[in-house]
Ligand binder design. Structure first.
Ligand SMILES: NC(=O)c1ccc[n+]([C@@H]2O[C@H](COP(=O)([O-])OP(=O)(O)OC[C@H]3O[C@@H](n4cnc5c(N)ncnc54)[C@H](O)[C@@H]3O)[C@@H](O)[C@H]2O)c1
Length: 402
């Protein structure tokens, strides 16, 4: 079986890759019947020569491979008919901008397995980049604070060679001794952010101590959903109830506002759930938060100052609380500095790829090459020019009726 690792064609280009050079070597050793071909790419985070140095074939075209591994949506003109592809198709929520792509996949008799829906036996996602988003999101928040106060200067994460260099950079962080950071969420993003904050010397404290104590060192609190939501009818908080009926809850996040200097938003937010705070809250005298690193990045979602996404190269903008508009980054100390990069894992592509490939090797490749226990078939959206049964709900979208 021939596996091709394609050159990413989407613009802006994604530097990540599904298997690192060392992981290709590992796969070849484990599955002697498999051949791997890497399509030449000038932008991949692992250079062609790093594959060649380990004896992995680097080629101009992977058109004669059986299985093609990518990351982001493959441009329609680059699709090779009659192949089995893996990539993030961003079609399963009927994203309008990818309807044409899904039609082209069907027309070209391509079978697409989407990483987003690859699940382990326990139902958890195989491929998720949340940890890296949290790591970099919190780092960018600290970087923003350093720039805002000209107190320290961190190298942008995307210019760091890898996570190790980012950890070393974290040692440059100097925060006021009474500094407080509120971090929402308890999942992958939030736990990634915890790693960065600890590496920067910020100590974790309990919710009660965060709200009621002063410290002579910078601290952060990590809030679970129940720590900043309450049932509107006064009954006890149940997480299942919150996930199922978010509209029945109110936010108690405003308790944290007067004592917090920075917010790192790392919790999933359901559109029916209450917002963290309103534009009016920002105008109040006790609103102390000056930097918001919004990893969740829901535009006009739970955080009113997240008016637009920002980019890796230009990660910050200002929110003017009086006008409610975006202004140039760091243009006034009366503004809030916002970080809302929506593709944060791409800032650490080597580490994100390493983690990606590890998940593929440990959870997917055996199923793909040997056993077929349904891992890949469960994530397969199209086969034989048709939607698979599980994804038949996309038919109206394919037909342009939705
Ligand atoms: N900016 C980026 O580049 C980037 C990258 C990855 C993820 N994200 C976003 O970050 C957010 C968190 O992602 P994650 O990987 O940590 O997710 P996760 O599933 O690991 O954790 C989700 C967290 O949100 C909480 N939550 C609150 N309401 C919820 C609900 N209705 N359903 C599910 N969870 C709910 C959970 O309790 C948990 O703490 C998501 O909105 C995701 O889209 C952003």
């Amino acid at each position: 079986m021939k596996v091709g690792i394609i050159k990413e064609g989407k613009v802006p280009q994604d530097k990540r890759v599904a298997l690192t050079p060392a992981q290709c070597e590992e796969v070849l050793e484990k599955y002697p019947e498999v051949e791997i071909y890497v399509q030449k790419s000038p932008i991949r985070c692992y250079e062609d020569k790093e594959y060649e140095e380990l004896g992995i074939a680097v080629v101009d075209s992977v058109e004669d491979c059986d299985i093609l591994l990518g990351i982001k949506e493959v441009p329609i003109k680059e699709l090779v008919p009659n192949k089995k592809y893996f990539f993030f198709s961003h079609t399963i929520k009927k994203q309008p901008y990818n309807r044409e792509l899904l039609n082209a996949i069907l027309d070209n008799n391509i079978s697409i397995a989407d990483y987003e829906v690859l699940t382990k036996e326990d139902g958890s996602r195989v491929i998720a980049f949340g940890r890296f988003a949290g790591l970099v999101g919190a780092y960018n928040g600290l970087l923003a604070y350093g720039k805002r106060h000209k107190s320290f200067d961190l190298k942008p994460a995307h210019l760091c060679h890898d996570l190790n260099e980012l950890w070393i950079e974290c040692k440059k962080v100097i925060l006021p001794s009474d500094f407080k950071i509120v971090l929402t969420g308890s999942g992958r993003v939030s736990n990634g952010a915890v790693e960065t904050l600890l590496a920067a010397g910020v100590k974790k404290v309990s919710k009660e101590d965060y709200l009621n104590q002063t410290f002579d060192y910078p601290v952060f609190v990590q809030l679970r959903s129940k720590d900043y939501h309450a049932k509107k009818d006064g009954s006890a908080f149940e997480i299942k109830d919150f996930f199922a009926n978010p509209g029945d809850f109110k936010s108690t996040f405003t308790d944290f506002i007067p004592v917090s200097n920075m917010l790192v938003a790392g919790a999933f937010w359901h559109p029916a759930a209450p917002v963290l705070f309103t534009r009016e809250d920002i105008l109040k005298d006790d609103f102390k938060i000056e930097v918001i690193a919004d990893v969740t990045c829901d535009i006009e979602g739970s955080i009113p100052s997240t008016l637009q996404p920002s980019t890796i190269v230009d990660p910050l903008y200002d929110y003017n609380p009086v006008t409610g508009k975006v202004e140039e980054a760091l243009s006034s100390d009366k503004n809030i500095t916002v970080m809302a990069v929506d593709n944060l894992p791409n800032e650490l592509p080597r580490d994100a790829s390493e983690s990606f490939g590890r998940q593929m090797i440990d959870n997917v490749l055996e199923d793909l090459f040997v056993t077929n226990k349904g891992v890949v078939s469960g994530a397969t959206i199209t086969d034989n020019k048709k939607l698979t049964e599980k994804f038949s709900y996309l038919q109206d979208y394919v037909d342009g009726k939705e």
